[in-house]
Every structure is written in C-alpha cells, then in structure tokens.
Write a protein that binds this ligand. Sequence first.
Ligand code: ATP
Ligand code: MG
Length: 437
Amino acid sequence: MRLSRAFLPTLKETPAEAQIASHRLMLRAGLIRQTSAGIYAWLPLGQRVLRKVAEIVRQEQDRAGAQEILMPTIQSADLWKESGRYDDYGKEMLRIRDRGDREMLYGPTNEEMVTDIFKSYAKSYRDLPRNLYHIQWKFRDEIRPRFGVMRGREFLMKDAYSFDLDAASARESYRRMFRAYLRTFARMGLKAIPMQADTGPIGGDLSHEFIILAETGESVVYLHKDLLEFDVLSADPDGTGDPSPVVDFWTSRYAATDEKHDEAAWDAIPADSQVTARGIEVGHIFYFGTKYSGAMGLRVSGPDGTPVTPEMGSYGIGVSRLVAAIIEAGHDDDGIIWPDAVAPYPLAILNLKPGDAGTDNLAERLYAGMGGDAVLDDRPERAGAKFADADLIGYPWQAIIGPRGAANGIVELKRRATGERVELSLDDALARIRATT
Ligand code: ATP
Ligand code: MG
C-alpha cells in the first residue's frame, strides 16, 4: 500500500475519551472510529489486523476438528422462549420487531440457534460428536461500554458448540477446545492463562476463562507462577492427537478468577509462587450438559435404540477484543508493537526523499520484493513525521531509505520491538524480514 494513496488517518492528539492505552492507540493509529456508544467502524489497518486475528482463530478451530458455519445476526425470539432465556437475558438483549410485528433480536450468543439447526439433521449417535463454530458480530447492550472495542456493544466473536453422546465424550470435546485456545492465543504472541471460572447464566459445571494479565484488565485473578513460564507451542507443536497431557499440565496448577477463588487451595501454594493480578478475558469455554438440548428437544437414537439427549458445550473467543488486548500487551510510549503474526503489514518502507531517483528506485524494489505486502511511505512529509507514524502504527519492521544509503544500495532496517537497527543490502533485508513472517 502506497501511503500517498492510502486511507490511513492518524491523529496527533490523544483523544480525551480514551482511558487505556489500547483504546488511545487504536484511535490514534487510525484502526477504528466510533460511530455510536460502544459501536465502531474498522478502518483499513484495523480491519487487516481483525482479519488476521480471525484467521488464526479459524485455523486452530479447524485443526481441532470443528467446522465453520455462518449463522445470522438476527434471530427469532421464539427460539429463546423455548430455552427460557428470552426473559432472563434482560436489557442486554437488543429486541427488534419486524414489519409483521414479530419479535426478533440481534443475537448476543447462539446456543439456541445452533441447537435448533443441529436438531433438524442429527438423528442417531452416528451424527455425534460434532463441533460447529462461526465468527460473527454479536450485540449486547452493555450498561457501561468502555475501553473502545475491549467492551463494546457490537463485537466480533468466535463461538463454537459441541454435541456429544455422553459426558465422557463431551469432556473430551472440551479438552480439544481447551488445547486449541492455548495454541490460538500463543500464536498471537499472547500468554493467555486458563482459569477456573463461573459458568454464569449459561449454566453447567465446568468452565474456564482464558485471561491475559494486564493492569487495565477488568478481572482479578489468582494463579501459580509456573503457568506464566510455560511455552505452549513448543510443548504442543502440531496441536493434534491426545490433548490430555497439555490440559493436565494447565489444570494441575492453581488459577482462578475472583468468583471461583478458593482460599484454602491458595494457602497451600508457597508464597513465592503466588501471583495475584488483573487480567483481560479473551476467551471463555463451558461444558453445560443438556441444558439447551434438553429444553429444545434435541434427541438422537443411541447405539441400543433408546433416545439420548446430547451433551453440549460452548466456546467463545472475543475476536475484536483480542485486537485491543494484543495492544495492551504490546506497546510503548511511541505506539503499538505488533506481534509479527497479526501486524497489519510486516514492513513500512520509509522513503525519506520521494522524488530522488536513488531512494525512489530502492524503495520501489523493496516494495516489489515484498509482493506489495508492505506500506510504502512515499508522502512528501518530513522524515520525523514518517518515523513517528511508523512507530505509532507499530509495523514490526521499518526500512529507512535515505539518499546516502540508496546511493550504495543500502537499507537501514529497524526492528520496532527492540529498536535494533542494521544496515543491509536489499536482498539481505528481505531475507531478514521473511524469516519472521
Ligand atoms: P465479560 O465477562 O467480559 O462480560 P462474558 O463472560 O459475558 O464477557 P462470553 O459470553 O463468555 O462473555 O463471550 C465470549 C467472549 O466474548 C468473552 O470471553 C470476551 O472475550 C468476548 N466479549 C464478551 N463481551 C464482550 C464485549 N462487550 N465486547 C467485546 N468482547 C466481548
Ligand atoms: Mg465470560
């Protein structure tokens, strides 16, 4: 993308309404634009990050054997009356009437709808186990939307739903998702820790929240420090096969949210291993048994012909919240520091003297060498403004091209995360960048 033709609006001033770093930086770097309270438009850079985050989520769901569908945002109230949640949900649910005066709603979650869809096809135990997921916008009319997309009213969620023949199989499905979650967040450069959590209105007895430690997080959490030091991807490089060893490690050490905190278990941990912190909930998984399948009449015939009510679980990831959480976990005074896996572009090419034959030529060759997957700052701006914007937006690499280096075919490559700078030939610069993408 050539900046001279791009829609990448950045702000110099810090927006007054933004209380936390990620919200400030998302506005300043031009990732999002608020359109109503808690509702945001995603601008080009933000949209690219959101897509990359969603794609990692998708790959790990697929790897775990879940299948992607796409359910609508608008649902009929009838489904929610069947499960009994229509009244329970209260004011967080946006209720709508269509022209025929039928009660509709903008879905805050999809347990009812997916159960209804699955019910239409599943007839026997051979149709189990199955896991269906989608990545879709949700609406919850939060009392206090705040911190930008961290707690929005409209937000993008991945939600998966598992259907199993019995409790043992359902727990197995739960463990597969548990492992998929660890891998998903690790691939985004995040340490998300699974913690025993309350099931809340969704019901059930087994639940974990995946939490990223951050001072600005809304949850208070308690954990054993071993969990902070564990490297998920090297412990589980291909993410298939039996998830038990991975899950067993994580559940063998204490980690709980405030609501589930157990003083006796906590006191049994040596004081120098206790970590109390605040955190951001980026995922939440539940095993809730037959709550929805029972209420909505989902039944299949079992191996011996008798009817069975499938056991279900649901598994959410806050895709749009993750973008903010990644920034909360990676920024400095100058701006965002994107992990390579989700950066809007891997590289910004800063042509310090557009119009100079040497810098133009080298910048264009580098841009072509990246196959166009870079931002080319060809604006007639001061060098200082280019540096500031590149640091603010947080591209993992910057290639600084000035007339003196260009005359010798030299690019100055800067790593945003460390500030390290090296002078390299074009080919060596490309190789360095490719090694991280
Ligand atoms: P919270 O406790 O933060 O209100 P929740 O428990 O109501 O979240 P779930 O129903 O478990 O949320 O939804 C799955 C995931 O969706 C959450 O783990 C979170 O990452 C994300 N999420 C929930 N509410 C919001 C919101 N208002 N804005 C952005 N993301 C959200
Ligand atoms: Mg939750």
